[in-house]
Ligand binder design. Structure first.
Ligand code: NAP
Length: 301
């Protein structure tokens, strides 16, 4: 008898599709609540300077607002603005009635102390979830604005009903906005979560010894094609946060976007994988809308 080996196909965690679904749900909720509360949710964005990537991110956020029926406003400031002047602008937004939340697009020019700016945002309007008050609440399992990228990953895992309890989750990268909060969230006594978490970074020796034993690997280091198939076990779940612009003369813009995972190498060994682009990125955008919706509802409590 001939033996047939059927290789199970890797399942793509399609962030574009799930984000669309999330946005549809938000739009439906907005349509209902506008009648009840008498106004739309309102998100503000502060953009300092002319950084091309930052402009694109902010424009996308404004486009997303329009799509779900939110009001949005953009405060554009020159990169010559002083720290004091920027703090005054933030104070205005903190006190603006009917503005539910706002973001200050990072990075800021070097002469401005980023930490001081984040600390100055009213935590009730901090829809990026970067203020220490929100980070602390998140760590203590209290309601908080979760940082958008880790929140988006939780939402993806939930959407695809991926079991996480008791799994070993290895995170590469310990940034304040992705790796560190992700490690807290995956270790929570909740779904998605309940994992045994290993947080790795540039000081980790022999990183393969951790990734090879991981059921879930989340890469957030910004090093294109870092994770190879030889570094993971069969059937691992791979979440790629990395987005790096790499020169690519075949593209009209002269670059393409690369993840931290060597997708072609890894995809046949993994059970689930996020593509780049179209994986974590759109989920991050959608979660900012979810946080704004939460701020909007909180403002009527
Ligand atoms: P980051 O602030 O750039 O920090 C990178 C982290 O990776 C650091 O903790 C660093 O370790 C660690 N690291 C660097 N090289 C390493 C190596 N060879 N082995 C192990 N760890 C290493 O991180 P980030 O802001 O989280 O960004 C990471 C990537 O995600 C970037 O490509 C960024 O563009 C992307 N990103 C994507 C989204 C999205 O929506 N998809 C959102 C945010 C960020 P140390 O702490 O020891 O320096």
């Amino acid at each position: 008898m001939r033996e047939t080996i059927l290789k199970e196909m890797v399942k793509i965690l399609n962030g574009n599709e799930v984000a669309k679904h999330v946005k549809t749900q938000i739009k439906e909720e907005v349509d209902k609540l506008v009648g009840k509360f008498g106004r739309q949710p309102h998100l503000g964005a502060v953009l300092v300077g002319e950084n091309g990537a930052s402009k694109t991110y902010v424009n996308n956020k404004i486009k997303d607002c329009k799509e779900v029926g939110f009001k949005s406003s953009l405060v554009r400031l020159p990169d010559t603005i002083s720290e004091e002047e920027l703090l005054q602008e933030i104070d205005k937004l903190n006190n603006e009635d009917g503005l539910d939340g706002f973001i200050v697009q990072l990075p800021l020019p070097k002469h401005i102390n980023q930490e001081k700016i984040i600390m100055s945002i009213n935590p009730d309007k901090d829809v990026d979830g970067f203020h220490p008050q929100n980070f602390g609440k998140m760590a203590l399992d209290m309601e908080a604005f979760l940082p958008a990228t880790p929140y988006g990953i939780l939402c993806l895992l939930e959407h695809y009903k991926i079991p996480t309890k008791g799994k070993h989750c290895v995170i590469i990268g310990r940034s304040r906005i992705v790796g560190k909060p992700m490690s807290i969230l995956m270790g929570r006594k909740a779904y998605p979560g309940d994992c045994t978490v290993t947080l790795t970074h540039s000081g980790t020796e022999n990183i393969e010894q951790y990734t090879k034993n991981a059921d879930i690997v989340i890469t957030a280091l910004g090093n294109p094609n870092f994770l190879k198939s030889s570094m993971i076990k069969d059937g691992a779940i791979i979440i790629d946060v990395g987005i790096t612009r790499v020169d690519d003369s075949s593209k009209p813009k002269g670059y393409s976007l690369a993840g931290d995972v060597d997708y072609e190498d890894v995809k046949d060994k993994a059970s689930y994988i996020t593509p780049v682009p179209g994986g974590v990125g759109p989920m991050t955008r959608a979660m900012l809308l979810k946080n704004t919706m939460l701020a909007y509802k909180n403002s009527f409590k």
